[in-house]
Design a protein around this ligand. Sequence first.
Ligand code: ZN
Length: 349
Amino acid sequence: MTDGRAPRTGLIVGSGAWHVLRRASETLSPGGRGQGEGATRPDSPSPHPSPVKGEGERQSPSPHPSPVKGEGETDGFALAAGAPHDTPFGPSRPIFEARLPGGREVLLLTRHGETGYRLGAWAVPYRANLWALKDRGVDTVLATCACGGIDPGLAVGTFVVPHDVLDRITGRAKTFFERSGLGVLRHAEPFCPSCRAALVAALAEAGLPHAAEGVCAVTDGPRLETPAEIRALAAAGATVVGMTLAPEFALARELEMCYAPLLWVVNPAEGTADRPYRPDVLFEGMATAAEQAAADAAAERVPGVLEAALGRLEGERACYCRRAMQRYRDEGVIGDDWRAWMAPPEPRT
Ligand SMILES: [Zn+2]
């Protein structure tokens, strides 16, 4: 695959989905099989971080990336070399050329590190990641994120395709336009409705338990929320909580990309279920062993759901994501070269 003019699809994934995808790809690698951690939350530290093995940390892409497909692969990715992409906001996470099991080609990056949870949600280069994908020709981003369930009706292992977001992030750069007046954009639908519909249809078709709507609260981390904070988020309407969708969703909108998340519940949020404190296990016991197994099983289904959703996104879309900045364009404040939008605009007359 090379950079072409045809719109491309980008996948931004957390640790849970990444390890599923990477394990499949490593059936081809000299290093053998992958780590195999399942889903945890929030966008989850690996319970058993593996030593850096170098494969995912390559700094130089192959001059001729050639995605390869493994024998017996049924629900994973074939990966070519990934490399960071230089942007005005620093280097992105490594971007991998990937081919889904059904043959669909995508660009893939993981927020937290290819060999373990090495970069917390609070330290992810969100702007660089989105800028890099846009620069590589991406117009659609599907994002995955493990989450905590605030709504007691959302059992662990349930997928959620949220329709709204409660952004409680502080201290992260939330806009590409911090030195200008651009970016005052309506967010009646913070996620692309076309992509959401495709994800929901894919989940339904697969017979997977899911909520077709939800409100995802996004918190700073690294610490997990207190019971009082979860009660406050619930009172504000949040049904799930994670740490990475913001500012990702807003940055995608500023670059006129369709963006929608696929979440799955990996533990009850703090205070919503009786979970004894256990100092020796992941998140000190927020999920039972059975719940961890359910979360792992859900993570295994993520690649297939993403691919089925992408298959439903071919053709025209009834969304405005790719015209989000049209008002500024019409006013002559910005031109068609989105890279120039980051510079201060000409004063209006
Ligand atoms: Zn859209």
